[in-house]
Design a protein around this ligand. Structure first.
Ligand code: ATP
Ligand code: MG
Length: 574
């Protein structure tokens, strides 16, 4: 299904990875074996927050930096593991005093400040369910989520509280709004926290007891409330170790916000469970700033998203040369398909390849990945994590042979699988077909077991009897020197069913013209099978994206066809 496969050899690494032999490990793996690396209390119960933070208090990592935070203004705050443990205990103590119960939903609506990180852990320590809301949500977005989850408490900030006030009266279950930085509603949360005990009796939880919930990115439709259990830490821990290759000596920078699952699984839980120092930059995207952060803190592991990589590529090579970036050891990417051109460019510019990996809010942790110990087939998402069985199935749930496009599916049983879609059992059930969990993504598997992403089921284009994934067309488009980013949709056509329409953002220095449109379409025609080229090309200044940086093709489609856009709570202004 692919032409020629381009390979980046693992031998280019220059370090000995945590996972040394993928095939052997995959073959012999069982989740039970790794239970020895997870801390269970004497009664067999556990707590994900304990596994992320407090377990380090028994080791020399106790006094190590857990969190280094910097904002746009250059302010810096640093916290050791002991301090994060203590601060989260204090938050837990305050919540307990307020009467929080096991299973209550406590939501965080905070900027990306240190309080967000230790409050999340504080909630888990009480046995309540922590929820996160991205800071840019407007009143409607907040209302939907707090209303759907029947949240009892929301922890917010003086700069955001007015948005909660606007909708508070429409939320009968919301008992109290807590503001972390100023007294509010006769309650001084900050003072209460500083006066609370630095000790807390961490709740002993059943591995399947709920720990956190969050709403999906809303790329394909209305966001779903995905609920995860404490046992998700098992897979978050091990994937952080084997995929992100985190060790305690690492300076680890994950650019995701905890409003999304990556920021929870790999900025709070899995990464801290491996004792990494987490760097958090609470600021706007800016290539020079990003590179200077890497140099300033000697970042060793960098986990980011294709949208950022494409924007860095757009900013060009010259800027890169101004920085050393030599501390970088391992790079990984998630959230969207990573275009081959972005991998090639970054490999040259940073002398390290990005390792693409695939997972979803629902899967709770990385499920398919390129590993440091494995050659990268450029454009592939890699192979299933040990203990995860992945396959391609038809719409009835029967497995398809290699080379055949179908639904990307997983065999239920991986520890971080969602427990439920909040109060929506039908939606939850709809993911399961036959023996499989189906992801809603279309993909195919090659004979070596590598998975190749085609597109979201909703985005796949049917043109002249052929199915075309937008990803391959977009990837071919950005291989044209004029194109920085592209979003591709199917547009109804009486003759062909659909035709391919491409929306392109040009690189700096290129002028829009009819000529260029033709040239771009021709370029794709040359690189892909004849039917997969865009009949129509449009130039746009920006693409509609979710606030986590995913191209929202449904918005492009709705606009093109003059249809209602649907839920836009996660749409970034564009
Ligand atoms: P919604 O479910 O609300 O439409 P969403 O699917 O974007 O939003 P997330 O759970 O944040 O919400 O994202 C998971 C999806 O992101 C995957 O199903 C897949 O489509 C895409 N994705 C993530 N990583 C990759 C990757 N490495 N390659 C291709 N696609 C990816
Ligand atoms: Mg999804």
């Amino acid at each position: 299904m692919t032409e020629e496969v381009e390979i980046i050899k693992k031998t280019d690494l220059g370090f000995e990875p945590n996972l040394k032999n993928y095939d052997e490990t995959y073959k012999n793996f069982s989740w039970d074996q790794i239970k020895t690396e997870i801390i269970y209390f004497d009664d067999g119960k556990m707590n994900a927050a304990y596994n992320a933070i407090d377990k380090h208090l028994e080791t020399p990592n106790k006094q190590k930096m857990a969190l280094i935070w910097e904002n746009d203004a250059g302010e810096v705050q640093k916290f050791t593991f002991a301090e994060i443990a203590e601060l989260s205990n204090r938050i837990a103590g305050v919540l307990k005093k307020l009467g929080v119960q096991k299973g209550d939903r406590v939501f965080l609506f905070l900027p990306r400040i240190p309080e967000l990180y230790y409050s999340f852990l504080g909630i888990l320590k009480t046995g309540a369910i922590a929820g996160t809301l991205f800071q840019a949500f407007g009143p409607e977005g907040i209302k939907d989520r707090l209303g759907n989850s029947k949240a009892r408490f929301v922890i917010t900030h003086s700069t955001l509280v007015s948005r909660v006030e606007q909708i508070k009266n429409e939320l009968p279950d919301l008992e109290k709004v807590l503001v972390v930085d100023a007294p509010y509603d006769n309650f001084d949360f900050k003072k209460e926290t500083s006066e609370a005990s630095e000790e807390f009796e961490i709740a002993h939880m059943d591995p399947k007891d709920r720990a956190f919930m969050l709403y999906t990115s809303g790329t394909t439709g209305k966001p779903k409330g995905v609920v995860h259990a404490h046992q998700a830490i098992i897979q978050e821990y091990l994937t952080a170790k084997w995929v992100l290759d985190i060790r305690s000596e690492d300076m680890y920078w994950c650019t995701a916000d905890p409003g999304w699952v990556t920021g929870i699984a790999y900025e709070i839980l899995g990464s801290w469970a491996n004792a990494a120092t987490a760097l958090v930059f609470d600021g706007r995207f800016d290539p020079e700033k990003w590179y200077s952060i890497i140099d300033k803190y000697n970042v060793t592991i960098w986990y980011t998203a294709p949208t950022a990589i494409r924007m860095l590529m757009k900013a060009g090579d010259e800027i890169v040369k101004k920085y050393s970036l030599e501390s970088l050891r391992h790079l990984a990417s998630v959230g969207e398909p990573l275009n081959p051109e972005a991998i090639r460019w970054a490999h040259k510019a940073y002398k390290r390849p990005f390792h693409d990996n695939w997972w979803q809010t629902e899967t709770g942790a990385i499920c398919i990945s390129n590993y440091p110990c494995m050659n990268i087939k450029v454009g592939s998402m890699g192979r299933p994590f040990p203990g995860v069985v992945a396959g391609i199935v038809d719409d009835e749930g029967s497995e398809l042979p290699s080379g055949k496009e179908g639904n990307l599916a997983l065999k239920p049983g991986w520890p971080s699988m969602m427990m439920e879609i909040w109060e929506n059992p039908e939606k939850y059930q709809s993911y399961f077909k036959g023996d499989w969990y189906t992801s809603g993504d279309r993909a195919w598997q090659d004979v070596d077991g590598y998975f190749w992403f085609m597109g979201r089921a909703d985005d796949v284009i049917k043109t002249a009897g052929e199915r075309v994934g937008p990803f391959e067309v977009e990837s071919a488009l950005i291989e044209h020197p004029a194109v920085a980013e592209a979003g591709v949709i199917g547009k109804p056509d009486p003759e062909r069913g659909e035709i391919i329409k491409a929306f392109c953002v040009l690189r700096p220095g290129f002028e829009e013209s009819e000529e260029l449109k033709k040239e771009i379409a021709e370029h794709v025609k040359k690189h892909l099978a004849g039917h997969a080229y865009p009949k129509e090309v449009a130039f746009v200044k920006t693409l509609p994206k979710t606030r986590s940086g995913k191209i929202m093709r449904r918005v492009l489609r709705a606009k093109e066809l003059g249809l209602p856009v649907g839920d836009t709570s996660t749409l970034e202004e564009y």
